[in-house]
Each structure stands twice: as C-alpha cells, then as structure tokens.
Write a protein that binds this ligand. Structure first.
Ligand code: CAA
Length: 247
C-alpha cells in the first residue's frame, strides 16, 4: 500500500524546481496531485504526465496565488472537483534579489505577495474544509534565508521568516482540529533559482555548506512525505540544508 493512497494534495508552484519534485514525490506515494502553476503550463503538464506514468492521478491548474481572488477560484475549483484537500504544500516562491538601498517598493511587494501573502490566500480557503474533515497537512516551504538572512534578500528573508511565524501560529490554532502546520527550510537546492545566482556568489556559498554541495530537490520531497505521515509534528521547521545553519 502506498503511503498517501487516496489523499488529495495541492502543490503551489508545482511545475518546476522544488515544487515539481514535491509533486512527483507525492504522486509516487499514491496521492492525487493538483499542480498549480502561474506561467509554466508546458512544464506543469509534463509533471502531470510523470505522475500519471507512476499510476497516480494529477491535474495542472493555473492561478496567480499572489492574487487572493484568483486563489479563491483555484482552491474552490479543487474542492469542487475532488471534494476535499488533505495536503496543501505552499511552495510557490520567487526572488528579486537587490541590496536594500537599490530595492524598489515594487520588488518588496512582489516578493511579499508571492511568497507570504499567497499562503494566507490558499490557507484561508482550504483550511475550513480540512477542519471539517478533522484532517489536514499544511506544509509551507520556507528557507534557510528566513532563519539566517541573506545578503541582497531583505524581501525574500522577510517573507520566508514570516512563513515560520505564520506556521507556528496557525499550528496552535488548528492543533485540536487534526490539522498540522509545518515548514520546511531548504538550504541551497539545485534549481533554476540557485542557478540564476551570480556564479561566484553560488560557488562561495557552496564552499560554506558543510556538505560542500547543493541539495537535490528530491530531498525536500522526502521531507514533505515525512511530514504527511507524522501524526505528532506541528508548528515545526524541518531544516534540510546540508548543515549550513544549525539551530
Ligand atoms: N556578503 C558580503 N558582501 C557581499 C555579498 C555577500 N554575500 N554579496 C555582495 N557583496 C558585496 C560586494 O562584494 C560589493 O562590495 P563592494 O561594493 O565593496 O565591492 C557590494 O556588496 C555590492 O555588490 P554587487 O556589486 O554585486 O551589488 P549588486 O547590487 O549588483 O548585487 C546582489 C548584489 C543582488 C546581492 C548580488 O550579489 C546577488 O544576486 N547575490 C546573490 C543573492 C543570493 O544569495 N540569492 C540567493 C538566491 S537562491 C535562494 O534564495 C534560495 C534559497 O532559499 C536558499
């Protein structure tokens, strides 16, 4: 029996990078996976095919989750089609790296809206149905940057730290209702986002990682499966960072 057989899972930003690995990881364990994307439709459809090839069901749904109204329509569509949401992985995130003195209001708001307010938007609509069925797993993909800070990342660090506080608070409110809320804090993972960093900065960061390498996106998927299975873990952050930041 697959670990997540019969479960309905939603992954925001599931078309690429860490989100795509999480979507396929959930599919491998038997979950029906809803892959949310904003622009990357072809990539999202490719992940749908990958999940289907594993023998699980998947669909791709477009929504800009920084937009509260669009997110409401998206989550309500999932609830209408599948009747419930068991696992919600809030993974979608962007960077707009700039030193603070060069950062525009637009770059600040874009990152806060996409990486933090989006999680309010999805949870607001999905949570009531989880509480009603007395079961839910909300997993928010934060970052080591939310714990340690990052040069040129005041917007991103604020959003990712915000996710940790959000998750702890919501965990307190839902603990008696069968819904757990946790974060995963990845370190530097081999994705397009990290590849887009200036090469010299990336190399300098890898040199600081005790394991001396980037993480594989599949490592984050393994963390998601672990949290899905856990009955007693809530309000926590799972740090998957090659030893970069020791709590
Ligand atoms: N620590 C200390 N000083 C640094 C630094 C760092 N990490 N990075 C740059 N500086 C210094 C530079 O040496 C330079 O100093 P001088 O003026 O004395 O020469 C000064 O800061 C300005 O640097 P730049 O000329 O590069 O300034 P910029 O404004 O053009 O770019 C930057 C700055 C945007 C931060 C750029 O260096 C950059 O993109 N850095 C990478 C940011 C980063 O780490 N992003 C992580 C993306 S991956 C991710 O976020 C995923 C995750 O969750 C882990």
């Amino acid at each position: 029996m697959k670990k997540l057989a019969g479960k309905i899972a939603v992954v925001t930003g599931g078309s690429r990078g860490i989100g795509a690995a999480i979507a396929t990881g959930l599919g491998r364990e038997g979950a029906t996976v809803v892959i949310n994307y904003n622009h990357s439709e072809a990539e999202a459809q490719a992940i749908v095919k990958e999940v289907e090839d594993m023998g699980s069901s998947a669909i791709a749904l477009q929504a800009d989750i920084s937009d509260a109204e669009a997110t409401k329509i998206f989550i309500e569509k999932v609830l209408e089609q599948f009747g419930r949401i068991d696992v919600l992985v809030n993974n979608a995130g962007i960077t707009r790296d700039k030193t603070f003195k060069k950062m525009s209001f637009e770059e600040w708001h874009k990152v806060i809206d996409t990486n933090l307010s989006s999680v309010f938007n999805t949870c607001k609509i999905a949570l009531p149905s989880m509480l009603e069925q007395k079961y839910g797993r909300i997993i928010n993909i934060s970052s080591v940057i939310g714990q340690a800070g990052g040069f040129g990342q005041t917007n991103y660090a604020a959003a990712k730290a915000g996710l940790i506080g959000f998750s702890k608070s919501l965990a307190l409110e839902t603990a008696r209702g069968g819904v757990t809320v946790n974060c995963i804090c990845p370190g530097y993972i081999a994705t397009e986002m990290v590849n887009a960093m200036p090469e010299n900065v990336r190399e300098a960061i890898i040199a600081q990682v005790p394991m001396k390498k980037l993480g594989a996106p599949e490592e984050i998927a393994k963390g998601v499966i672990f949290i899905c299975e856990s009955e007693y873990m809530t309000g926590q952050s799972l740090n998957l960072n090659g030893g970069l930041y020791l709590m």
